[in-house]
Design a protein around this ligand. Sequence first.
Ligand SMILES: NCc1[nH]cc(CCC(=O)O)c1CC(=O)O
Length: 305
Amino acid sequence: MVKIGTRGSALAVAQAAEVRARLMAAHGMPEEAFEIVIISTSGDQIQDRPLSQAGGKGLFTKEIEEALIDGRIDLAVHSSKDMPTVLPDGLEISAFLEREDVRDVFIGRSVASLGSLPQGAKLGTSSLRRQALVLRLRPDLEVGMFRGNVQTRLRKLEEGVAEGTLLALAGLKRLGVAHIASEIMDPERFPPALGQGAICIESRIGDRRIGPMVAAIHHTATGFALACERAFLAALDGSCRTPIAGLARIDGDGLRFSGLILTPDGRETHDIAAEGRTAEAARIGADAGAAIRQKAGARFFDGWS
Ligand SMILES: NCc1[nH]cc(CCC(=O)O)c1CC(=O)O
């Protein structure tokens, strides 16, 4: 029996089922060989404040990692963008699935694009990155907190709590609701979160059964992109209070990275571009992180409270 740990949201469960399907196909295993174990995390429980004020990164992973360490589960399925850059001792990211569409989408209640929202309209998001990127384009908008999983946010939109919201297209696709997107945001103008669209598998280092099993479904190019993006994030401390965006694209054995940091009001931005060989993915990301840190100055990373 292989116990797959995941959060309980519809998106998280869909991701776990996707990993299960890939393992079944790769190894000719029956569905009965797997058990999907749902684990509630602090990130799921805290609904009344932005995650940036609740301790930031790791809120969606801590309890799942404890279950891995305890042996209650054998592998954990995560959205890479919710993963801290530093993992607990004894655990590793052992595989990435092929990345889904990396772009964000705008969903309007009654308008078809971000640009056509009326002056001063309310936009719901709890992501500091989306807040900053949206205010850079539309400083007139009122950006309000919009917590909860994808379904909850869509329900709030329907109820009229906001006139529009922004979500990852990857999540909508996995939930089978990509058609509700009003506008797909151009990643040049509206870069995704580091790791967006990539499902990863976390497991115990040295696990001789799970290691080779998940290695068979690892997607190499996504692995390089994520090595770069995670090194960039790590170089910036991954502070949840600094809006950060960026994307590594792979072309053969070449890699191109672009990263962006912003003030939460979107008024000040610093960007960085770098390229090199995939074999140097992590170094390219780390160097880009150091360079953008230099450009922006320490003030940028002291937190905005
Ligand atoms: N923070 C929640 C979260 N984590 C991953 C995704 C989307 C799926 C992905 O990026 O792989 C979402 C929802 C969203 O931002 O729309």
